[in-house]
Design a protein around this ligand. Structure first.
Ligand SMILES: N[C@@H](CCC(=O)N[C@@H](CS)C(=O)NCC(=O)O)C(=O)O
Length: 205
C-alpha cells in the first residue's frame, strides 16, 4: 500500500485526469498546491506540474509529467487493458488525447494564456474533425458492447479521453451533439457510481 500526494495548481488543467483515475479506483490522496511556485519550480524534475509523490515501504518516489503519472497509476491499479496489444492501444489513444489537450488548454484557459480571438475561432473550426476522429476510434473498441475505447473495462485511456471530452463539453455544451457514440461514452462515464461524489463536488475551473 502506498500514500499519494498530488501537487498542482488550483485548476483541472493537466491534473484532472489523474484525480479522476484516483477517484474511480477509490484511492485516497492528499492534494497540495505550491505555496511559492517561482522558488519551488527549479527544485522539481522538469520545472512543471503536476507531480505525484508516492510513499510506501519501498520509500518515496516523485514523478513528473501527467501522462507518466497516469500510466504509473494505471499499472498499479490495473487500468492498462489486457495484454500487450491493449497496452499499446491505450498508449495510442492517450497520446492522441495528449496532443488534443495541448491544443485545448490555451482555449480553456484563454485569459491566462492571452489567447487571441482568432486562435479561439480557429480552434472551434477544427474541433469537429478531432471529435469525428475520436468517434471513429470508439467504434474500433475490441469490446464495442462495453462502450469503452479499448476493451471490456475502463482503462486510463478512457479516463484521459473522458476528461478531455468533459472539458470540451464544459466549454461548448452542444459540442458532442453530432457525435452520438462520444456523447454515450461521456454519459456512461459520468454515471459510474465510483465517480458520483467526485463529479458532484468538484469546483475547480
Ligand atoms: N507535459 C507536461 C506539461 C506540464 C505543464 O505544462 N504544466 C504547467 C501547468 S498545466 C505548468 O507547470 N506551468 C507552470 C510553469 O510553466 O511554470 C505534463 O503533461 O505534465
Amino acid at each position: 500500500m502506498h500514500d499519494y500526494e498530488l501537487i498542482y495548481f488550483p485548476a483541472r488543467g493537466r491534473a484532472e485526469h489523474i484525480r479522476i483515475l484516483l477517484a474511480l479506483k477509490g484511492i485516497p490522496y492528499r492534494e497540495t498546491m505550491p505555496s511559492d511556485w517561482p522558488s519551488q519550480k527549479p527544485k522539481t524534475p522538469f520545472g512543471l506540474l503536476p507531480i505525484l509523490i508516492e510513499r510506501g515501504d519501498d520509500g518515496e518516489f516523485s514523478l513528473a509529467e501527467s501522462g507518466a503519472i497516469l500510466r504509473h497509476l494505471a499499472r498499479r491499479f490495473d487500468m492498462y487493458g489486457s495484454g500487450a496489444r491493449q497496452h499499446a492501444m491505450c498508449d495510442s489513444l492517450a497520446d492522441f488525447i495528449a496532443d488534443s489537450r495541448t491544443k485545448y488548454i490555451p482555449i480553456a484557459y484563454a485569459a491566462t494564456f492571452q489567447t487571441s480571438p482568432e486562435a479561439v475561432a480557429k480552434y472551434y473550426e477544427q474541433l469537429p474533425q478531432t471529435l469525428a476522429t475520436l468517434e471513429r476510434a470508439l467504434g474500433r473498441s475490441q469490446s464495442p458492447e462495453a462502450g469503452w475505447f479499448i476493451g471490456d473495462s475502463v482503462t486510463f485511456a478512457d479516463v484521459t479521453a473522458f476528461d478531455y471530452l468533459d472539458g470540451i463539453e464544459k466549454l461548448q455544451p452542444a459540442s458532442l451533439s453530432d457525435f452520438p457514440a462520444l456523447q454515450g461514452f461521456v454519459n456512461r462515464f459520468r454515471a459510474l457510481p465510483a465517480l458520483a461524489s467526485f463529479l458532484a463536488t468538484r469546483q475547480r475551473p
